[in-house]
Design a protein around this ligand. Structure first.
Ligand code: ADP
Ligand code: MG
Length: 701
């Protein structure tokens, strides 16, 4: 396909672009023709309307025609020469002024009575009170047609100091070369159905501004719509393609009438929320079906996902299968291990914990038991993925805190069984459309309700100036018998890379809280140390825990009622929301204090963090977080190409994302393996952009 090939051409292979420009573009990551064509105008300038001089207004950028009536070279008081041309169009007069000019050339150019089309910003001269234009663009009417000037001008973002006009002229050269490349990798049925222009047309519309200016400015020209659609469509096709392959795969049809699971429910000291009941039904339906389950379970911190996960694990166990439960950190794995053991007491299960700190001896025993089927549920970290971990009959894989694991890890764990069901849990709820993009190959269940009686955590943003007051407040809570956390960010860019801020602050904090036991916990401590500290905090022997966000997930100490977060401005909103979920887990009123630098509550950090004072709704917070930081930073990784969007904007263009999803589904229903002649270019493009990477293992597996 010629157009697609051309898009891949390095700019230096084109004739007529100055090496200096190519170098600058390259520096900005613009290497190929395609890179440059996807650099879309930031906005457009309307030069379509020709104005009469009598209608010109102060401050407007205008296009008008003028005949030269007078030429003067004026001296400023400082002795600088200004070239001044007076133009008239019969309705009025206006002066054009140049401070930099070539005298000979200018005198030659602006001959009396010659006519020009003039583009410039009209301003009022403060001394003379009349209108003038400084350094306007002028084109002699002898050399151009008026129509060629009366158009929309694209304004490009500045790239390595290249002027918009320079970029425009380079792109213009490229556009003239794609004018006849009328092929498209999208099938014609799709273009017809959506009335989309061809790809080359789309580029031309966007760069030459060939649509209504309002539409162009709002990225809603026919060209924009096509380019945005493409960006959403391809990943969506990849997702649907993958999904189809997985869905078609035969999995395990569990018998979901499980005595174990029901007994577990009966033993719980509480009633399930309606949301929990609903998602359990959704999961049961998947597990009962002979197809593989691929389900994402999302719910706010403390919404009770673990209980739901255990319920599904028990179904698998009762059916004679093993369950692997993977968590992102050792602390969390251990926490799950103890929780699950506690929850399933009396059910006669064999549950084991496997992390990188498991001793060699124990590890061997665990591996052997797993292989012989003597262990029902194994909980662990990445260690579970290791080659030597083999299962007799792995039937269900549960993965907690999804966004820390990639598709690859998901797959590696899953391959240890024969098409086991998969349940992925995340406590970072994200807006639905976005969820569909990021977790597109998963079906989604949402727990949108917290157990009754949960009290909101009173949250306050404070400044460093009020730290001592905050300490006193913590102290008052400790005196009442409660416990507290002081959390420090990990400052990666610090010179003392190995030394988190927490170790520096620890002695001071110990001094302040001298009547209490203060413990410290951070990621650089050995596993044994961490465990010792954690256990002491759980038992209440340590009252105040000074730590890094290692406690972010999973720690459950209902007696803890205050959390103070230092350097709160360094955290994402969702992360802070997760963090504060560590308090408010018991019957006591709980507090979260977010410390920001400075001595006044103002500025961006404050405005950003305020939402945490206002709401406990994890969805709202996540949405705000996404809005502020953008999807790339929010997810921290490149996921499903989401951070690579060039033209599209995941928020602004939700409607097109939805449309792309719809069409991708339709395409895959029509041609699941993309084997039809008219779809081979889609498949090729997907492969080239590595969007099918996640699929290959499924193809071969
Ligand atoms: P998540 O994993 O979603 O953050 P957990 O499953 O850890 O939440 O549950 C948080 C706390 O709430 C746990 O102590 C759990 O026992 C409790 N819990 C779970 N479901 C309910 C419920 N329906 N009613 C009351 N408490 C519940
Ligand atoms: Mg949890």
């Amino acid at each position: 396909m010629k157009l697609l090939e051309f898009l891949k051409t390095p700019l230096e292979n084109l004739k007529g672009i100055r090496p200096e420009y190519i170098r600058k573009l390259k520096k900005a990551g613009i290497v190929t023709v395609g890179d440059l064509l996807y650099l879309t105008p930031r906005t457009y300038e309307d030069r379509k309307k020709l104005k009469k001089m009598k209608d010109l207004k102060d401050g407007e950028k205008a296009v008008f025609i003028g005949r030269v009536v007078d030429v003067n070279i004026i001296k400023t008081p400082k002795g600088k020469e200004v070239f001044e041309v007076t133009f008239s169009d019969g309705t009025g007069e206006i002066k054009a002024k140049w401070f930099h000019y070539n005298k000979r050339g200018f005198l030659e150019r602006f001959k009396p009575n010659s006519e020009f089309i003039i583009v410039g910003k009209v301003t009022k001269n403060l001394f003379e009170g009349s209108l003038e234009v400084i350094h306007p663009e002028t084109r002699s009417l002898r050399s151009v047609d008026v129509e060629d000037v009366l158009k929309l001008i694209p304004i490009y973002p500045s790239v390595m100091e290249l002027e918009s006009k320079t970029i425009e002229s380079i792109i213009d050269k490229i556009l003239s070369r794609i004018e006849n490349l009328n092929e498209d990798y999208l099938p014609s049925w799709l273009l017809r159905e959506l009335k989309l222009p061809l790809l080359n047309e789309a580029f031309i519309i966007v760069h030459r501004g060939l649509d209504d200016i309002e539409k162009l400015k709002e990225s809603r020209s026919r060209g924009h719509i096509r380019l945005i659609f493409d960006e959403f469509f391809l990943p969506q096709v990849a997702i649907n393609y993958t999904k189809k392959l997985i869905k078609g795969r035969k999995g395990i049809a569990f018998n979901t009438n499980s005595k174990l699971a029901e007994e577990f429910l009966k033993n719980l000291p509480f009633e399930l929320t309606n949301a929990q009941k609903r998602v359990i039904e959704e999961i049961k339906r998947d597990m009962a079906s002979p197809k593989m389950m691929n389900r994402l379970l999302q719910g706010d911190v403390g919404s009770g996902k673990t209980v739901v996960a255990i319920y599904s694990a028990l179904i698998a166990v009762e059916n004679g299968y093993q369950v692997a439960f993977m968590a992102p950190t050792e602390i969390l794995a251990e926490q799950h291990f103890y929780n699950i053991r506690e929850y399933t007491k009396g059910l006669k299960l064999r549950i084991a914990l496997l992390t990188s700190s498991t001793s060699k001896n124990e590890r061997e025993i665990i591996q052997r038991s797993l292989k012989h089927g003597a262990i029902n549920i194994i909980i662990g970290t990445h260690s579970l993925i290791q080659e030597r971990v083999e299962f007799k009959r792995l039937g269900l894989v549960i993965i907690d805190e999804q966004h820390r694991f990639g598709v690859v890890q998901r797959k590696m764990l899953r391959e240890k069984g024969e098409n086991p069901d998969l349940l992925v849990m995340t406590a970072t709820p994200i807006p639905r459309t976005l969820a569909l993009t990021v977790y597109g190959d998963l079906d989604i269940s949402t727990i949108d309700e917290l157990p009754a009686g949960r009290k909101p955590i009173t949250t306050r943003v404070i400044t460093e100036k009020d730290r001592i007051k905050a300490y006193s407040f913590i102290e008052s809570q400790l005196r009442k018998g409660r416990q507290a956390y002081i959390v420090y960010p990990i400052i990666e860019e610090s010179e003392k890379l190995d030394l988190p801020a927490v170790t520096e602050a620890y002695p001071e904090i110990q001094k302040f809280f001298k009547d209490f036991n203060v413990g410290m916990l951070h990621g650089r401590m050995s596993w044994n140390e961490k465990e010792r500290v954690m256990n002491k905090f759980k038992s209440g022997e340590i009252q105040l825990l000074v730590c890094t966000p290692v406690i972010e997930v999973g720690i459950d100490v209902p007696n803890a009622t205050v959390m103070l977060v230092e350097g709160a401005e360094r955290f994402g909103l969702s992360q802070l929301h997760q963090l504060r979920g560590r308090v408010g887990r018991g019957p006591y009123k709980s507090y979260c204090l977010l410390v920001i630098p400075g001595d006044r509550l103002s500025g961006n950090s404050y405005l950003r963090l305020k939402i945490l004072e206002e709401t406990m709704d994890g969805f709202k917070i996540a949405e705000e977080d996404l809005n502020i930081r953008g999807p790339g930073e929010f997810f921290g990784t490149r996921q499903s190409g989401i951070s690579e969007l060039k033209v599209a904007d995941i928020f602004r263009d939700r409607d097109l994302l939805e449309l792309a999803r719809e069409m991708a589904t339709k395409l895959i229903e029509m041609d699941p393996y993309l084997r039809k002649e008219e779809h081979i270019y889609i498949k090729k493009t997907l492969e080239e952009r590595k969007l099918l990477e996640t699929v290959h293992y499924l193809d071969s597996g």
